[in-house]
Design a binder for this molecule. Structure first.
Ligand SMILES: [Zn+2]
Length: 401
């Protein structure tokens, strides 16, 4: 793989051994659509290691053995690429970037992200906004990135919106981040200007420790995407921007509660389809409604019936993506036996007691937060959430076993 930055425009060329269909760090297959994209509004004089990590977050899935950058990277960054992915990276020269002092939040506007923002009330936001690609037709006009950016602007926080078409480098499964970390491409390139030493993401307990969503569905202490000692954690650290997961120790029930209690509650938005509010009819809205209903201790309020395609997977037996939250919801939502989640509830037979661990913070998640920000998160969790008992922490560690 050879990559070239021209201003904020990245062009990459595959070597003979590279492949059009590659794999993201979570093992998911991703197919290349086009070999260029732009990250708008980024400084031309960012440290070469920042350009390299931003490029790697886009081209990693398709790179097999080596990567040649257009400007020399530090030996430390080359080592992180080699240790993490087994690739030869170069050319090598110069010194690594000094770690900055500021923590910024990679802000999506969803409940997890708002919860992370609540923990760090002074942290600036960097918000990624999808814009059209000049050569790829946009068949995804229902995806309202403009609405999310507008809501981010109403938070009152110091905000940088980074426009990019990088998601259109993906043909399959659909436009999206080639690696989850590509959402940070803009923040990385702005790291010198913002003096960033850390970038906080809204990944919660399920994503960090339980192999949630499209991943493995089992306890993942060595999660390659989000563990500080994983390939991505070490690569970001080598570029002086530590990955920070303020809500990495708590479930989506806790992030939902924190978001609904937050001063930012009126600008929370997890659905990318609705204009004046969430669409209420997509799979994500249904999943989040279950969690919100559980947190608010009320019946489910949804127009979705068991016959709808988005409800189909809940008519099948487990395992489910995000299953811990389905258990949590089924144990707490009055009247769950009727309706969309009735079958799932029958299979899972969860109780408030069996899901009580999901109301507390997993202590090892605090231990892995870099020291400049650990005390803030720890104090917040002790004051507002409470820590898991050893028996509850074992529920995390036995997940999927
Ligand atoms: Zn929706």
């Amino acid at each position: 793989m050879r990559v070239t930055w021209n201003g904020g425009t990245l062009t990459f060329r595959l070597d003979a051994e590279d492949e059009i269909t590659g794999q993201a760090a979570d093992g998911y297959p991703v197919k290349l659509r086009t070999n260029s994209c732009t990250v708008h509004g980024v400084p031309a004089d960012a440290h070469p290691d920042l350009f390299a990590v931003a490029a790697w977050s886009i081209v990693a899935p398709w790179t097999r053995r080596r990567i040649v950058f257009d400007r020399a990277i530090s030996a430390e960054l080359a080592a992180a690429l080699h240790e993490g992915w087994g690739v030869e990276a170069g050319p090598v020269s110069g010194t690594p970037r000094r770690t900055g002092s500021v923590l910024a939040i990679s802000y999506s506007g969803g409940a997890d992200s708002v919860a992370a923002a609540t923990i760090h009330p002074d942290a600036p936001f960097v918000h990624f906004r999808r814009v059209p690609h000049p050569r790829v037709p946009n068949r995804w006009t229902h995806y309202r990135s403009d609405v999310l950016a507008k809501l981010a602007g109403r938070t009152g926080r110091e905000l940088t919106v980074v426009d990019s078409d990088l998601e259109f480098t993906l043909a399959e499964p659909r436009p999206g981040y080639p690696e989850h970390h590509a959402v940070a491409a803009g923040a990385l390139l702005l790291a010198d200007r913002m003096d960033l030493g850390g970038l906080a993401f809204g990944y919660e307990l399920g994503s960090r420790w339980l192999g949630g969503d499209r991943y493995l569905l089992r306890y993942t202490p060595d999660n390659p995407m989000w563990a500080p000692h994983g390939a991505w954690g070490r690569l970001f650290a080598a570029a002086g921007v530590h990955i920070v997961l303020p809500v990495g120790g708590v479930s989506e029930a806790v992030t939902m509660r924190l978001a609904l209690e937050s001063p930012l509650k009126d600008v929370v938005r997890w659905c990318l389809r609705g204009v004046d509010g969430p669409c209420r009819t997509c799979g994500k809205c249904l999943y989040k409604e279950l969690i919100q209903a559980a947190v608010e201790r009320r019946p489910l309020d949804t127009p979705i019936t068991v016959k709808r395609p988005v409800a189909r997977k809940w008519q099948e037996p487990p395992p489910y993506g995000g299953q811990e939250m389905i258990e949590y919801g089924c144990a707490r939502v009055p009247g769950i036996e009727e309706g969309v989640f009735g079958k799932a509830a029958g299979h899972l037979r969860a109780t408030e007691e069996s899901t009580a661990w999901l109301d507390r913070c997993y202590p090892p998640a605090l231990a892995e937060i870099p020291s400049p920000w650990r005390d803030t998160v720890e104090k917040f969790m002790i004051d507002n959430v409470g820590l898991m008992t050893p028996a509850q922490a074992r529920r995390v560690e036995e997940w999927g076993a």
